[in-house]
Design a protein around this ligand. Structure first.
Ligand code: ADP
Ligand code: MG
Length: 436
């Protein structure tokens, strides 16, 4: 009779074809068949984290594959087994210090920001896989891991998810953000306690740094971070950094440091695509799925979103509205709420702006490029953004198929001008009064 080990080897051969390479390498590669007794097939994996993950995500597929190979019904279980071929991470076996010192943290990460709650799709797959790999093999291939995206795309969520798992695996983890690091560094300088401040980041296995762009223009703080970074990196401490820009765009960073940042893996998170959006909505709606609810969520997912936070915001808005009206989420209620005048970048706004600047709507959405037309267009972008929940992509489209970047630029230009240009301020206020 074929041994459990051989049967699982064959199953792995099948599974390798059926799952992505990243998933295979991360979860299945180091597993091995241990036994098959009483119709229960046991698969050994390196640690509890992988065992739990495989049980939750891969059980049905793995079971189906096994049944096909063995030719009879079996159940499957994943157990921790550090046998031949299973190499436990040396760092993961060291226990954390129970949080008695300030330099590491026990599990105080946001309980909602876990890998289980993180929906994986095309827009974030690489970053998520790499994040998991940093937990599984800290300080190895993806060191540092640099994750960047616009705001609201899931960077902090992923960082906390790494933190949860790393602490769970017994690693000593330090977590900070650009803002927190700056404020602690500045006060350490003031109190002549820089050495003490730096010592907080020694003797750790993992350093999670959120929103590094915050220190991009702060020379001294950045230098302090870089010293810590170099020291930790030389000691194979796993470093994960998030930012709203890529390392290339960090202007105060020397080319040498840029290439050190890029030396591990740089992964970006993109705005959610339809499929990911739908999965996120399904996960967040927290209600029993019916055909009607599914259709309603599809309608919501079809819209264009700039960030996951925007998806959440839209869902929260819709739920609040239907609760208020004593109804539920249906394709009809969603359609009505999402196309109500306060949500639609109305033609009326364009008309009002055009009238105010003595232009036609065609001028506004057309190619006219004189100063008045350009200004009016940007004012329209600003007002559409302020008065609708529409994205810059949609605003760009409304204004004659312009790009998301153009709409964003127009909005930002007016928003910053308003603070220093009283005439513009009056103009915008006047048009806004008319919209209302
Ligand atoms: P960032 O740090 O990039 O600004 P956050 O991590 O704060 O973004 O994410 C914003 C919100 O979106 C959070 O509530 C987070 O849980 C949620 N979120 C982001 N990406 C996902 C995802 N892939 N699956 C589920 N929720 C997500
Ligand atoms: Mg964040």
């Amino acid at each position: 009779m074929e041994s459990a080990k051989d049967i699982w080897e064959r199953a792995l051969g099948e599974l390798q074809i059926q799952v992505s390479k990243a998933n295979y390498t991360t979860w299945l590669r180091d597993s091995q068949g241990i036994s098959c007794q009483d119709n229960l097939f046991s698969v050994g994996v390196p640690n509890t984290f992988i065992a739990e993950w495989l049980s939750k995500r891969f059980s049905p597929l793995a079971r189906k594959t096994l049944i096909e190979i063995i030719g009879r019904n079996v159940d499957i279980q994943f157990v921790v087994h550090q046998g031949e071929g299973v190499i436990p991470s040396p760092i993961a076996s060291i226990q954390n210090d129970g949080g008695t010192s300030t330099k590491t943290r026990t599990n105080t990460f946001n309980p909602k920001y876990t890998f289980d709650n993180f929906i994986v799709g095309n827009c974030n797959r690489l970053a998520c896989t790499a994040a998991l790999e940093t937990v599984r093999n800290p300080g190895k291939d993806y060191n540092p891991l640099f994750i960047y995206s616009d705001a609201g795309q899931g960077k902090t969520h992923l960082l906390h998810a790494i933190g949860h798992e790393a602490v769970h695996n017994g690693l000593r983890v330090a977590y900070t953000s650009g803002e927190q690091f700056t404020s602690e560094f500045v006060s350490a300088v003031r109190q002549k306690q820089v050495e003490h401040f730096r010592s907080k980041f020694r003797d750790i296995h993992m350093f999670l740094f959120d929103d590094i762009q915050f220190i991009n223009d702060k020379k001294q703080t950045l230098q302090s971070f870089l010293n810590t970074f170099n020291e930790l990196h030389n000691n194979s401490c796993q470093i994960v950094i998030t930012a709203e820009c890529s390392p290339k765009d960090m202007t105060l960073l020397s080319n040498r440091m840029k290439s050190r940042f890029e030396g591990g893996l740089v992964a970006s998170l993109q705005a959610p695509d339809f499929e990911t959006c739908l999965l996120i909505l399904k996960a967040k709606v927290g209600a029993k799925m019916t055909t009607e609810l599914d259709q309603a969520l599809r309608l919501i997912a079809e819209r264009i979103y700039e960030s996951v936070r925007q998806v959440e915001g839209t869902l929260a808005y819709l739920i609040a509205q239907v609760k208020l009206a004593g109804t539920t989420l249906t394709p009809q209620t969603v359609h009505r709420l999402l196309t109500s005048p306060s949500n639609k970048p109305g033609k009326s706004t364009l008309q009002l702006v055009a009238n105010y600047f003595d232009l036609s709507v065609e001028d506004l959405i057309g190619k006219k490029r004189d100063r008045t037309a350009a200004l009016a267009r940007q004012v329209a972008m600003y007002l559409l953004r302020e008065h609708s929940s529409y994205s810059f992509v949609e605003i760009g489209k409304t204004l004659g198929n312009r790009s998301h970047a153009t709409a964003l630029h127009g909005y930002k230009k007016i928003a910053s001008e308003l603070a220093i240009n009283p005439t513009l301020c009056e103009q915008v206020l006047e048009i806004r009064g008319k919209i209302k």
